[in-house]
Write a protein that binds this ligand. Sequence first.
Ligand code: CAA
Length: 402
Amino acid sequence: MTTPTPIGIHDLELATTHYVVTLDDLASHNGTDPAKYRLGLGQDQMSFPAPDEDIITMGAAAAAPLLERNGTEGIRTLIFATESGVDQSKAAGVSAHRLLGLPSDVRVVEFKQACYGGTAALQAAIGMVSRTPNERVLIISSDVARYELDSPGEPTQGAGAVAMLVSASPALLEIEPIAGLFTDDVDDFWRPNDSSTAVVDGALSVSAYLDALTGAWDNLQAQGGPALDEIDRLLYHQPFTKMAKKGQAHLAAYVGSELDVTLPGEAASGGRDTGLALGTLYNRRLGNTYTASLFAGLASLLHQDDSLEGKRIGLFSYGSGSVSEFITATVQPGYFDSSRAARFYAELDARVPLDIDHYRELHATELSSATDVVTPRVSTSQYRFAGISGQARQYERVDQAA
Ligand code: CAA
């Protein structure tokens, strides 16, 4: 019997916005104890898009370095996962495809199921590569998380994109074939077609997440997946990083295992270290990035833990509404690149702080497709949302702009 060729994530990159809002500033604006955000939610900052940024510009910015490093040969599929889509019909990936200069013989499609879409894209990509192992699939997960001003969800906003290249014999992670699945029709969080902000039942969303975690875990076990003590590191979808801690505590209690649940700034809890804190360091500065959140956590871990060769990582993906999946992956030899974390921290540090008045003004600005508009040039990204013309959104690459 021949061993099947390993398939998984060959390379991965992140991008975020021009602006950042510091949650201490938000706390001081609305009279909240800043510790509620830093410790109660486990969030320090939230990325916020400039008027000339959106899911497409962030997605292209994440994918560009990936394509520079790996070329475009063999890429015949681009899946764009998002829950903050900018059009009801056209896939955001079609605009990203042009911005990135991809060839015409690429199929492009958008995936949606709340924050789960990126994981669905990963499984679809693995299926495609198993059929044609010489092909590679580009996945872009990109989102802007928006809640109403002055709502409990406001401090859990954020924005960012992760691009992943899926291939045979991957350099970073082999995704193992057994997965745990859990779907349940629940109204915990959604965004109606006529709303630019999400509607959420906060308490229900937290309990639905935890129920989905044990549901997906049980299914992983029923399918013959690894036991908890055979998984070295654990990553969770992170709407706010405290949710990963809640998930870890819930899973540990459910399985009857002692796992470390310490987040940065907290007293050590004891228990087995599964990389919880390291996997939250990027997310606590990005905020919620919906479809990208789990993979931003993966990047945070892979960039900052150099001891993972051959280790198994468990990844829990949750998309409200709800669909969730627990997958496992093994880290490949030579995955660690010490320059990656420094580069991403420099990108986070380079964001321009937005004061609360300016942030609220930008948040309240809603564009209508009925009105032509030219956006001001604010972002320093190579990719810009240039405005609306004839009801169509316009995008430009700065080196190609008129
Ligand atoms: N110092 C330290 N901690 C404090 C504090 C202080 N001064 N004041 C409050 N806290 C703690 C509270 O004790 C609480 O901790 P626990 O959860 O451990 O009990 C925490 O801060 C949050 O405070 P509240 O319980 O008062 O909650 P809230 O009204 O601020 O709402 C929320 C929290 C429901 C998460 C809200 O931010 C929200 O609706 N967010 C959007 C929905 C969401 O992210 N849901 C997560 C699951 S759904 C999902 O995962 C999909 C997705 O991406 C959206």
